[in-house]
Write a protein that binds this ligand. Structure first.
Ligand code: 3HC
Length: 331
């Protein structure tokens, strides 16, 4: 596959340095790359970009759901949602730690998020308007996240692959809690069923966008797949998601908001309408319904925490000075 990819998208085999060729041979043999080992600068940068953006998505992803913790309909649902949102914080932390092994600091990653130089998943720029949205997010958004992240357990960079194992286990519970909310609502009163349908209507296309632009517009896929940073193309995973999710919607008795959705016997897949890619790129440019609010919340949290970071640093400086003084006195 690599040879085929590099012909159109990167340097030919002959253009690779001996180190790069040896590195690619390790990737092709399925070896994991570990933090202190030699790697091409492009591989390191691509990983920092992808892992960093993934970490930011987990952290920003807490906001739309956090919005509903105080309004969950029962104590049990509240406890479950609280635990889920805490899981997302944990995912962010594993991923920031994995990114740090590549030589980037967490502060640098935050600065890039806050200044708009790094992205987070487009999906979190949509509002959560009703309790049914908690169901739709768990079912569709975590469902799409799992579809993308299960293959990443086999990604070539060791710390990222290992972080994904635990994350995927937790994400599958998230998906099931979302589906459980949808089951309850889709089979509840007429008003609840309408809320569930409305949530599906609003989250369907933004969930399809989570997989990234169509393959022809994906700038990084070819090289990232050659390096086994990505294991599948964006369109492959989007199709897999549609194929698995449509029967789940049918089971709920809900209608996927796509009049052209149909099973294609020859392909063995569903044919479906692509999301509005203009809308996707607008959201990426910062013009989605909640971009300002989401980024604003993260910047505020960072600014509000300045006194605490300053306190930690002052304490660390004093402790170091005390240790030095004790050592000097003992000599
Ligand atoms: N939202 C925001 N930006 C996106 C995007 C999306 N849904 N899809 C693609 N992009 C951006 C890319 O980052 C890239 O921009 P950049 O060069 O500035 O980084 C550009 O669009 C072109 O897209 P490509 O297809 O070339 O980019 P990638 O090869 O990086 O593929 C990806 C995009 C499939 C999202 C890939 O990065 C990936 O698999 N990332 C890891 C998984 C991840 O980040 N998931 C976040 C989902 S949310 C989540 O996990 C939280 C959970 O709790 C629900």
């Amino acid at each position: 596959m690599y040879a085929q990819m590099v012909k159109s998208d990167g340097p030919s085999d002959a253009e690779l340095s001996p180190e790069e060729r040896a590195f690619q041979a390790r990737i092709d043999a399925g070896e994991k790359i570990e933090p202190k080992e030699w790697m091409p600068e492009g591989y390191r940068k691509t990983l920092i970009r992808q892992i960093g953006q993934h970490a930011h998505s987990e952290i920003v992803g807490q906001l739309p759901e956090g919005n509903w913790i105080t309004r969950a309909p029962t104590l049990e649902r509240k406890a479950i949602l609280l635990a889920k949102v805490q899981d997302e914080a944990g995912h962010g932390l594993y991923l920031y730690s994995a990114a740090e092994t590549l030589g980037v600091s967490r502060d640098e990653l935050f600065e890039k998020l806050h200044s708009g130089k790094m992205k987070y998943s487009s999906i979190f720029n949509y509002p959560t308007l009703s309790w049914a949205d908690m169901g739709a997010i768990g079912w569709l958004v975590d469902g799409a996240a799992i579809m993308n992240q299960v293959p990443l357990q086999r990604t070539s960079y060791g710390p990222y692959a290992r972080a994904m194992v635990r994350i995927c286990k937790e994400e599958s519970f998230h998906q099931r809690q979302g589906y459980s909310i949808m089951m309850k609502m889709a089979r509840g009163t007429e008003a609840q069923r309408e809320m569930a349908q409305d949530a599906l209507n609003r989250f369907w296309y933004p969930s399809l966008m989570m997989f990234g632009p169509s393959d022809k517009d994906s700038v990084h896929s070819a090289q990232s797949m050659a390096w086994k940073i990505k294991m599948n193309t964006n369109d492959e995973l989007r199709q897999k998601f549609v194929d698995e999710t449509v029967p789940q919607a049918e089971y709920l008795g809900l209608t996927v908001p796509d009049p052209d959705l149909s099973w294609n016997e020859d392909r063995g897949h569903y044919d479906f309408t692509q999301p509005d890619w203009d809308e996707f790129f607008e959201v990426l440019r910062g013009n989605g319904p909640c971009n300002e609010e989401r980024l604003g919340a993260r910047v505020k949290a960072w600014d509000d925490g300045a006194w605490f970071r300053d306190g930690l640093n002052a304490y660390a400086d004093k402790a170091a000075a005390r240790r030095l003084a004790a050592k000097t006195a003992a000599e």
